[in-house]
Design a protein around this ligand. Structure first.
Ligand SMILES: NC(=O)c1ccc[n+]([C@@H]2O[C@H](COP(=O)([O-])OP(=O)(O)OC[C@H]3O[C@@H](n4cnc5c(N)ncnc54)[C@H](OP(=O)(O)O)[C@@H]3O)[C@@H](O)[C@H]2O)c1
Length: 284
């Protein structure tokens, strides 16, 4: 039995690989990375796999029974083709099962919708592949928000366009527990799961950060347009639009979805306050 994890050099891929090791052991785990050197610290077999190269995946999926496809980072249209390289290589190698890290959100109504559409297209490609599959629709990671704490403290506030829209934050560590079950347990085959935590507002997020970090942040809502422009100036056109679109989606209620996490992981999703405490402990 061999399970492969793509983009294993990244934060989600490596977190899932570490959790999988505890269940199946290193000998049954293969990492796949565009930049294998970046995954050496995991001390597992790492094969080369750039999502743009069908040929590399034809080779890296040899002898693999199940593969975790971590969704890509490129522009939506490019992602669809990259994911198809992996799906087709899995078919060619008779990989029995494919598990995909998709995303929650709406296919229409925000600047983030094109990315959701591309994820839904890959979901559909996987369902049509004839392979056994499980799809996880990930909630928004809380870690990137918490990486901004210094900026929030400097500004004295969390400022974005979510308003009273709720977000069902998760963490890469919580996701790793769920994906390990989805990869190793047959009972999940054929399912699509929302892997999300409790729904909180940005005001609640500020309160929880204040509790854990002893800060005095408040929350201020600004318009969708103003926030997207601010992010585009700070992060560039593509990433700024993506981040602006995420908060636009939050504003629209697109992330306030029912969670399947406990059904999958066998344990409740950690509460938002616990996610923040855990982040503080590991980043110290
Ligand atoms: N739910 C959320 O809130 C959220 C937030 C951000 C992203 N995401 C999605 O979740 C995925 C994983 O997130 P993460 O936290 O692990 O991101 P990350 O730490 O930035 O890692 C990104 C990974 O993607 C790999 N990658 C990029 N382009 C590639 C290509 N052409 N071929 C093969 N690998 C490629 C990188 O490889 P190198 O080491 O070679 O660069 C790296 O391993 C992202 O790709 C994105 O689709 C979700």
């Amino acid at each position: 039995m061999k399970i492969a994890v793509t983009s294993v050099s990244g934060q989600l891929g490596s977190s899932i690989a570490r959790q999988l090791m505890k269940t199946i052991g290193k000998d049954h785990l293969v990492g796949i990375a565009r930049t294998p050197e970046k995954a050496q610290h995991l001390d597992i077999e790492v094969r080369k796999g750039d999502n743009n190269s069908r040929e590399q995946f034809n080779n890296s999926l040899v002898g693999i029974d199940a593969v975790l496809l971590v969704s890509g980072m490129d522009a939506p249209d490019k992602r669809i083709e990259q994911h198809r390289n992996i799906i087709e290589a899995a078919k060619q190698n008779k990989v029995a099962k494919i598990v995909y890290t998709s995303i929650i959100g709406a296919e229409k109504g925000s600047a983030f919708s094109p990315i959701v559409q591309s994820n839904r297209q890959t979901e559909s490609d996987i369902k049509n592949s004839g392979l056994n599959y499980v799809i996880g629709r990930n909630g928004i990671y809380i870690e990137p928000d918490l990486e901004y704490i210094e900026t929030y403290v400097k500004d004295g506030e969390i400022r974005n366009s979510a308003g009273i829209g709720k977000c069902t934050y998760t963490s890469r560590k919580a996701l790793a527990i769920a994906y390990t079950k989805m990869l190793t347990e047959e009972k999940h085959n054929g399912n699509t799961y929302n892997l999300v935590g409790e729904a909180i507002t940005q005001e609640e997020l500020a309160d929880y950060i204040n509790t854990v970090y002893d800060t005095n942040l408040s929350y201020r809502a600004i318009s969708i347009n103003a926030y997207t422009k601010e992010r585009q100036k700070a992060l560039g056109e593509f990433l700024g639009t993506v981040i602006g679109g995420i908060y636009e989606s939050m504003h629209n209620g697109a992330y306030d979805v029912k969670s399947d996490y406990q059904k999958v992981a066998g344990v409740p999703h950690p509460r938002a306050l616990e996610l923040i405490k855990a982040y503080k402990t590991t980043s110290n």
